[in-house]
Structures are given as structure tokens and as C-alpha cells.
Design a protein around this ligand. Structure first.
Ligand code: NAD
Length: 432
């Protein structure tokens, strides 16, 4: 099928790469000139495992093209929208990128096309879009909601092995056309109306965020009663009704989706006269988890002014270079405000973090340079590189009290204690 994908970000580029790999003729439209230059040279502007190979393969076979102009979508039967929908400070979703793209599609449409919304848009958007855009078009256009559930770090695998494909719409021909596009992907297709499909995405993310904040609440209680969150969460997660995913206590969730989608759903609830108190609590707990790290550093080190803190991990999770809403960035800003010297390191996300953080952070070329001269270390991302680090070599280059704050509970606590570190995990017994 002839497809246009608008937006070459984490979602759009994965969609374009995977669809072209499945034999579809895909043009990916991206307005950012820097990204476009890289893509045309077969290079992916961010890290996502397996994606560069797919892009190169598509370019070589001639099934994938990149274009900077919206004209390129004019002759495509399916147009997928995968542009950003960031949050505004009040939690409302900024739909300006979507509006701009919808305007162009409607303006340029010359033959019936199917618009597929992959971006996460608030429930109700699609129904409004029909009146606002489709009725203005010179030709009949179909609109389908097709929310995306891939995870950064395993996005290519997730594309080919989703738990389900959700399609919202009332045009049966367009739904079958989109279902044909996904032929070969072994997953149930669940169809429903547009608003329900939009709601599935928010409900799924809000639920996963709830699991994270819930286990973080249990972790806080564990500390107060002297229990250990690790065996607790493991055994709770073994209950198949609950499941073990998103049940790890830590500094809380980050990334471009959970924070904005939870706040976005809360905003939609408020606008509709519903106080979604459970969701408000999830958001609050997540904010608190980030502050925990700073409070604990203060508790052990006293004033942070003049203290050197190594922050290991800048990406919002391992396997990605994405630092959007990453807890460690917010923590670093707080540490800088308190006058601490920060030495930061991440295996993949250094460049993105450098762009996002103010001056004054020392970006270490390697993990050993990051830990050198530190009074305390904060492990903020569960990269395997940190759990397999030669910790015996770390202590001699640090200063007392050799504090290691394991913000992801990913280190071997006992081993670190035996090596002379003051280890503190989240929801774990603290020996002093
Ligand atoms: P992103 O910011 O990484 O990418 C969006 C891209 O669209 C950018 O490269 C931007 O330059 C481009 N763009 C914006 N306006 C354009 C235009 N008019 N023409 C061409 N290109 C344009 O965003 P993302 O992380 O890929 O997310 C996209 C959407 O998918 C969001 O709604 C997000 O909530 C949703 N989503 C994201 C993920 C994820 O893990 N990142 C997962 C599921 C759903």
C-alpha cells in the first residue's frame, strides 16, 4: 500500500521503517531540516535498537523515502499522523502540530484518503476533527484513531508484536484498509468508535502509571515498617491478576508519554466535571518520588553546597537516549540549585542531556570519571552498565560517606555494603 507517515520521531520513524520493511511503499515526512538531512543519509537521529538497519534496508529497496514537504502525502491512500502532542504547563495537550498537519492534509486532498491518527490525542478530538476539518475537504476523507503502544527501547519489537491493534472509526472500508496494512502482524484487531479508541490509550498509560505510583507508595510504607520492597513487589507481581511489569519501586516514571498523558487525562476529566482523584494521587506520588532523592542526599550529607554528587543515568529509562521528563534531569537541576557539584554520565543520552541541562554540570566521558571525587552517587537509570560496574574500584576514588543512592533498586545492596558503601535503595532497609 502507498502510505505517508508524518513526523519522523520515535513513533513515526518506527512506523515508517517497519511498514516499508513489510513491503509497503512509504514516504516519511519530517519538517526538521537537521533530522531530514540525517535520514536521507540513512542515519537515525535518535537511538532505537534495530531501527537504523530497517531504515537503511527501506532506502536501499526504494520502499522508503524521506521528504520535507507535505505535498509528498498527496498521492497516498493512507496518511499516518505521528507528530508530537506535548503537554502545556497547565496539563492541557498542545495540539498545534496536529492542527497544522490536518490543515495541510485537507487543503491538499485531491482523492479519497484515509487519515490515521497515531499521535496520542485527547478523547473527543477525532469527533471534533470531523466537523472542523473533514467536512471542509473537497473530497471524502476518512478518519481513524489508531493509538500506538510501542515503548522506546523496544519499539521495533513492539511494532511487530503488539498485544493488540486498536482501531477507532465508523468507516468499515477504511477500517479494512488499515487492517490490511497490518496484515502479517499477529495481534488481535479491536475496533470501536473513535472516542473510545482515543480513551484506550489514555486509560492504558494511566493504569501503568498507577501501578508505578502504587508500588512506590508501598515502598514508602516498607521503609516505615522495616519491610523490603524487593521481595514484596516480586511476590505481589507473581499474582497473574496483577503481573510483575511496572511494579518496580524507584524515582518514578518519566519520558514523553506517562507524565503528559496522566496530566492530559486529568485535564480532560476536570474539563468534563469529573474529579479523577485517583489519577491526581498518582501524579502527586510521582512528583514526590523525584524529590525523595534530594531529601535523602540532604539527610545523609547535610547541606549539599560544595558536595560532589555523581548522577549515573540521564535517560528516562535504559535502552533509549530520550531525556524528556527524565527524573534525573529534574534532580540535577535541584542539586545545582542547592549548590552541589554534579558529575553526570549516561551510556547513550549525554548529547540530549547536555542540550536540556544548564551550564555547570560536568559531563563525564565515562562512568569512572563520573564517580571520581564524589561524596555520593545517585543511580537514576537502571542501565546494566551500572549494576555490572567494578564497584571495588569505585570506592577508592570517592570521598566519605561513600553514599550510593540506588534510585532504581538495580544494584546488589549487600555486595555494596560489604565493599564499604553506604547503600540506600527505595523501599529497602536502611542500616543507619
Ligand atoms: P517526537 O517528538 O519524537 O516526533 C515528532 C516528530 O514530528 C518530530 O520529529 C517533529 O519534527 C515532527 N513534526 C512535527 N510537525 C510536523 C509537520 N508539520 N510535518 C512534518 N513533521 C512534523 O514524538 P514521538 O515521541 O514520536 O510521539 C509522537 C506521538 O506519538 C505523540 O502524540 C506521543 O504521545 C505518541 N506516542 C509516543 C510514544 C513514545 O514512546 N515516544 C509511544 C506511543 C505514542
Amino acid at each position: 500500500m502507498r502510505v505517508a507517515v508524518i513526523g519522523a520521531g520515535y513513533v513515526g520513524l518506527v512506523a515508517a521503517g517497519c511498514l516499508s520493511h513489510s513491503g509497503h511503499d512509504v514516504v516519511c515526512i519530517e519538517k526538521d531540516a537537521r533530522k531530514m538531512a540525517l535520514l536521507k543519509a540513512g542515519r537515525v537521529p535518535f537511538f532505537e535498537e534495530g531501527l537504523e538497519e530497517l531504515v537503511l534496508f527501506g532506502l536501499k529497496r526504494g520502499l522508503l523515502q524521506f521528504d520535507g514537504q507535505m505535498e509528498a502525502c498527496q498521492d497516498r491512500e493512507i496518511i499516518m499522523i505521528a507528530v508530537g502532542t506535548p503537554a502545556r504547563p497547565d496539563g492541557r495537550i498542545d495540539l498545534s502540530q496536529i492542527y497544522a498537519v490536518m490543515d495541510e492534509i485537507v487543503f491538499r486532498a485531491r482523492f479519497p484518503q484515509t487519515i490515521v491518527m497515531k499521535s496520542t490525542v485527547p478523547p473527543g478530538f477525532g469527533v471534533n476533527a470531523k466537523e472542523r476539518y473533514l467536512e471542509r475537504a473537497r473530497v471524502p476523507l476518512s478518519y481513524l484513531s489508531n493509538p500506538e503502544f510501542l515503548r522506546e527501547g523496544s519499539a521495533v519489537r513492539d511494532w511487530y508484536h503488539p498485544d493488540r491493534i486498536v482501531i477507532g472509526g465508523d468507516d468499515e472500508t477504511a477500517i479494512s484498509r488499515l487492517a490490511r496494512l497490518y496484515a502479517g502482524i499477529d495481534a488481535p484487531i479491536v475496533t470501536m468508535d473513535v472516542s473510545s479508541a482515543e480513551m484506550v490509550k489514555y486509560a492504558a498509560n494511566a493504569f501503568l502509571a498507577t501501578k508505578i505510583s502504587f508500588i512506590n507508595e508501598i515502598a514508602s510504607l516498607c521503609e516505615l515498617v522495616g519491610a523490603d520492597i524487593l521481595p514484596v513487589s516480586r511476590a505481589v507481581g507473581m499474582d497473574r491478576r496483577i503481573g510483575d511489569q511496572f511494579l518496580q519501586a524507584g524515582l518514578g516514571y518519566g519520558g514523553s508519554c506517562f507524565p503528559k498523558d496522566t496530566c492530559g487525562l486529568d485535564f480532560v476529566s476536570t474539563c468534563n466535571g469529573h474529579a479523577f482523584n485517583l489519577l491526581k494521587a498518582v501524579i502527586e506520588v510521582n512528583k514526590r518520588q523525584r524529590l525523595l532523592a534530594v531529601r535523602r542526599l540532604r539527610h545523609v550529607l547535610g547541606r549539599l553546597h560544595g558536595k560532589t554528587i555523581g548522577v549515573l543515568g540521564l535517560a528516562f529509562k535504559p535502552g533509549t537516549d530520550d531525556v524528556r521528563e527524565s527524573p534525573s534531569l529534574e534532580i540535577i537541576n535541584l542539586l545545582l540549585d542547592e549548590g552541589a557539584d554534579v558529575r553526570a554520565y549516561d551510556p547513550l543520552a549525554m548529547e540530549n542531556a547536555r542540550r536540556a541541562l544548564p551550564d555547570g554540570v560536568f559531563f563525564a566521558p565515562g562512568v569512572m570519571e563520573a564517580v571520581t571525587d564524589c561524596h555520593a552517587l545517585l543511580v537514576a537509570t537502571a542501565w546494566p552498565e551500572f549494576s555490572t560496574l567494578d564497584w571495588a574500584a569505585v570506592r577508592p576514588v570517592m570521598h566519605p560517606p561513600y553514599l550510593v543512592m540506588d534510585g532504581r533498586n538495580c544494584l546488589a545492596a549487600e555486595e555494596l555494603r560489604q565493599k564499604g558503601f553506604l547503600y540506600w535503595g527505595i523501599g529497602r532497609p536502611y542500616p543507619v
